[in-house]
Structure formats: C-alpha cells, structure tokens
Design a protein around this ligand. Structure first.
Ligand SMILES: [Zn+2]
Ligand SMILES: [Zn+2]
Length: 255
C-alpha cells in the first residue's frame, strides 16, 4: 500500500489568497501547501480522500489518469470544493465516480451543490454514484476492506478512515473515547495538526494536543498534515518527536 499526500495544507492553502505567507518563508518549497487530500493506492486501486478546491491541480500534479473511489471526510469547503468538477471528470474517464460520505457529509454536499442532485437528467447529475457510509464500522470500496469512525470538529463529525494498519484523521478538535479502539497497532497514523505548536479553540488540533492523545494510541509512525499557512516547515519540524513526520505536498509512505 502507498499513501501520498496530495495536499498538506489547511482550509485556505499556503500561500493564502493574494500571495499571503503569514510570515513563513516563500523560498521553502515545503511551505507551499495545497488543500488537504491524500491518495491511497492498494492492489492497483486508487482512492482519493477529499476533493477540495485544488482537486484539479492535485490530480494533474500526481499524474493520475483515473480514480476508483473518492471518500469525503466532511462538508467543509477545503474538503468538498472540487466536487462540481467531478461530473465532467467522470465523462472524460468514461465511467461513473463513486463518492463515499456519511449521511451528515452527503447532506452538507447536497445543500451546497443542489444542482448536482436534481432529477430529470441534468448533465451535472450524470456520472456520480453517491454511497452513504456508516457512522462507524466496516465498509467495502472497490474490493478493499475499510473501517470508519467519527471525530468532533465544530458542529460536524468528520469521518476517519482505516485500512490495514493505516489510519487517517482530519479536522479533529476532539477524539471520542470509542474511537481509540481503531487506533491500535498502526504502522502509520496520519492526522490533522492544523495549528502546529499553538493551541487555539478553532475546531482543530495542535502537536501538544496530539501528544496528550498518544498514550492511548499505538502507532509506529505519526504523520502530521492539514497544516495552516502560519506554520513554517523548518521551524515546526524542529519540534517533531521521534517517530513523527511533518508532511508536505507530494510526500509518500510505503506500507
Ligand atoms: Zn479542513
Ligand atoms: Zn473542516
């Protein structure tokens, strides 16, 4: 299995609009961050987690020619902003695109993009297959076994995903006690660390908060992603504990 970070940034990317760098070094390529997304490749299947506003650029940069499924974590713009491009992408690929999301997430998508769900054969509706995920438990996608569980983030409950000994959690202000059972004996845990070393009550996590959770988690390796523009790669990487990696766009992990 191979995991590739298509976007290591947070909601507004880095730089943010109007070339805003928030004090970080523009000359460091690892400070250039597209919106959060990862690619999971296993047994020849390709699954993209989240389709944010950089979806087009991310699939092009990664040299992707096809996708087998898209998983959505939750209904915020940085995770679903690319969805309106998918009907056209499905036409070009020549097959429907399966999109998996929880009931809550698909309701958010439906309210944002009502025209994608209208009946009577509007072209935008063609080519997408919406599949409702359980809030918790096992599910199958393109012949692969996954597990999902939910975390807390503002009023939303983002879906986290686990396959084999890899788990991915984004946008987590809090982790419910019942979720820890999914985070045992992992080879790689990839998690949102939006705020770097700074604790803010903004629906996201930071390294000190993640380290508080680690005693109840067993993972050989932890990778931090969904990093805000305010975090400078070379400053933050100095704080990485043993076994932790700070992600950047394009980094990949073989498991
Ligand atoms: Zn986000
Ligand atoms: Zn979010």
């Amino acid at each position: 299995m191979k995991i590739t970070v298509l976007g290591s940034g947070s909601a507004y990317g880095a730089p943010m609009a109007f070339n805003t760098w928030c004090g970080t070094n523009p000359a460091e390529p690892k400070n250039h961050r597209l919106r959060p997304s990862i690619l999971i490749e296993k047994n020849g299947k390709k699954i993209i987690v989240d389709a944010g506003p950089d979806f087009r650029e991310q699939t092009c940069r990664a040299g992707l020619k096809d996708v087998d499924a898209i998983f959505l974590t939750h209904g915020h713009y940085d995770h679903i902003g690319g969805i309106p491009e998918l009907p056209r992408a499905a036409t070009m690929l020549g097959h429907p695109i399966e999109i998996y999301g929880s009931e809550e997430t698909l309701a958010e998508v439906r309210s944002c993009y009502a025209y994608l769900f209208r009946e009577h054969g509007e072209p935008e509706k063609e080519g997408l297959r919406w599949i409702t995920l359980p809030d918790e438990g096992k599910f199958e996608a393109c012949g692969l076994e996954f597990e999902t569980f939910q975390v807390r983030h503002h009023r939303l409950h983002p879906s986290a995903f686990k396959i084999d000994n890899f788990a991915y959690i984004t946008d987590w202000a809090a982790l419910p006690d019942e979720a820890y059972k999914y985070l045992q004996n992992l080879d790689l845990l990839m998690v949102e660390c939006n705020n770097g070393m700074v604790h803010e009550e903004n629906g996201h996590s930071d390294l000190p908060l993640i380290l508080e959770r680690m005693p109840k988690i067993t993972a050989k390796h932890v990778a931090l992603c969904h990093i805000t523009c305010e975090v400078d790669y070379n400053d933050f990487v100095k704080h990485m504990p043993e076994g932790f990696t700070l992600c950047y766009d394009g980094i990949s992990f073989e498991l």
